[in-house]
Design a protein around this ligand. Structure first.
Ligand SMILES: NC(=O)c1ccc[n+]([C@@H]2O[C@H](COP(=O)([O-])OP(=O)(O)OC[C@H]3O[C@@H](n4cnc5c(N)ncnc54)[C@H](O)[C@@H]3O)[C@@H](O)[C@H]2O)c1
Length: 158
């Protein structure tokens, strides 16, 4: 049986764990290959650890168990060139992108040691990180990417 999104490709940030991993595995079940990015390093203003490289590799393994491929790489969504490098590697492997999932994010819970730093990191990751994610992938997003099925093959933009 083929998935309802068979052959499509999703670009997912924050893919090492949590919702990012869940999106990757669920989409793989529907037939989607994954370009997965994570910072794989802790953020000093946060009082909890970020995802790790081992966790990102585990996401790729779980995608593989669903019969799909994953290209993964370390990148901070605040760093557009680094993000672009991982995206480009995935795009070179798969030749298309259909879904952009700007999922990477942070949220400190509890008392803050440095509220200014924490505010800036949060805004930079949630807002600029999302902007960077879309900037990197949107030029390659296929026309009609939002449709579940298309009678004609989608074409790359531009
Ligand atoms: N879980 C919730 O209840 C909830 C509620 C509202 C919003 N959200 C948002 O949904 C998203 C996922 O939440 P989650 O619960 O899976 O969080 P999580 O902390 O388990 O996972 C987030 C992932 O993003 C990665 N990440 C963080 N900063 C990054 C950066 N600068 N560059 C690249 N990767 C980075 C982390 O390493 C981690 O692997 C987040 O943006 C979060 O703010 C979650």
């Amino acid at each position: 049986m083929t998935g309802k999104l068979e052959g499509r490709v999703a670009f997912i940030t924050g893919a090492a764990r949590g919702q990012g991993r869940a999106h990757a595995v669920r989409l793989a079940l529907d037939g989607v290959d994954i370009i997965g990015v994570d910072i794989c390093a802790d953020i000093p203003s946060m009082n909890y650890p970020c995802g790790t490289w081992a966790e990102l590799q585990e996401t790729a393994d779980l995608v593989g168990k669903e019969g799909r491929r994953a290209v993964i790489g370390k990148a901070d969504v605040r760093d557009q060139p680094a993000l672009r490098a991982v995206f480009d590697e995935g795009y070179a492997a798969f030749g298309r992108v259909d879904i952009i999932l700007a999922n990477a994010g942070i949220l400190r819970v509890g008392d803050s040691v440095d509220p200014v730093r924490e505010w800036q990191d949060t805004i930079d990751i949630l807002l600029t990180g999302t902007f960077n994610t879309v900037q990197v992938a949107l030029p390659r997003l296929r026309e009609g990417a939002g449709a579940a099925r298309s009678s004609s093959p989608p074409r790359a933009r531009g």
